[in-house]
Write a protein that binds this ligand. Structure first.
Ligand SMILES: Nc1ncnc2c1ncn2[C@@H]1O[C@H](COP(=O)(O)OP(=O)(O)O)[C@@H](O)[C@H]1O
Ligand SMILES: [Mg+2]
Length: 238
């Protein structure tokens, strides 16, 4: 997939992060964001979508854990308002969670695991070919029942489909539990990976937010732990 000519960059929507990444995420490729609950994964997604929308890009968010109203509300609180893009249709939010829940409710025998099985590559059906930015938050809900081999096959297939969509940059958000169960295999298939965590500073006893970037192809990276905070203006790197 990686050609030899230099690659464009697409803003992460976070100024300090763009500086560390030679201008942003590699355009037209895929990025993985992992971390435990409350580490800020969805907010990284909101920053990315907000920046892309402001730059006139057609965006799709496949949301598996939150309803669109809550995502929009969160974006407005952080000064990264997505509502006007959602209303104009420039940002489409696919409620993958809702359709999964409805499948369970409407199933004749109540809960059937088969009814919940969505093959990862079929997520591409939600994404029109003109899409320039797609965020899938959280891909972990589709993977817990898969063997590692099936996960790798399906994730690579989804990645392949998205990478063959000219100019489409993908962000996969995956919770730490699902990521570990799949032995961090998702990190191999993507162009870049960001890991988020909340750690206690042993010197001060304060709980702090950290970001590490184990991988970003074509980018001169320092392997450092970057501290960040979430403020009323969104994410700010120290
Ligand atoms: N306005 C804010 N100011 C400070 N922290 C915030 C604000 N909004 C959200 N947060 C923090 O962000 C966390 C949620 O981030 P989120 O991206 O939804 O996490 P994840 O998707 O990783 O579970 C909250 O638990 C809270 O600590
Ligand atoms: Mg989230």
């Amino acid at each position: 997939m990686e050609g030899s000519k230099s690659i464009g960059r697409i803003s992460s929507g976070i100024e300090g992060l763009d500086l560390k990444l030679d201008g942003g995420y590699p355009e037209g490729r895929s990025i993985l964001i992992t971390g435990g609950t409350g580490t800020g994964k969805s907010i990284f997604g909101i920053h990315f979508l907000y920046s892309a929308c402001r730059n006139g890009k057609k965006c799709v968010l496949i949301a598996t854990e939150e309803i669109p109203e809550d995502i929009i509300k969160q974006s407005e609180i952080l000064g990264l308002g997505l509502s006007r893009y959602y209303e104009s249709g420039q940002l489409v939010i696919e409620k993958a969670f809702q359709s999964r829940s409805e499948k369970v409710q409407t199933s004749k025998y109540g809960f059937t695991p088969e009814g919940l099985e969505i093959e990862l590559p079929s997520l591409a059906d939600f994404i029109p070919s003109s899409t320039e930015v797609v965020v899938i938050d959280n891909i972990g809900v589709f993977t817990l029942r898969l063997s590692i081999q099936d996960f790798r096959d399906q994730f690579d297939a989804l990645n392949f489909v998205l990478s063959s969509m000219e100019g489409c940059t993908a962000m996969f958000i995956m919770d730490e539990t699902a990521c570990k169960m799949a032995k961090n295999i998702a990190e191999y298939s993507v162009t870049g990976s960001l890991r988020l965590s909340v750690n206690e500073n042993p010197y001060t006893g304060n709980t702090e937010r950290y970001l590490t970037i184990p991988k970003m192809r074509r980018t001169n990276l320092k392997l450092e732990s970057i501290r960040f905070e979430i403020t009323l203006e969104g994410i700010r790197l120290f």
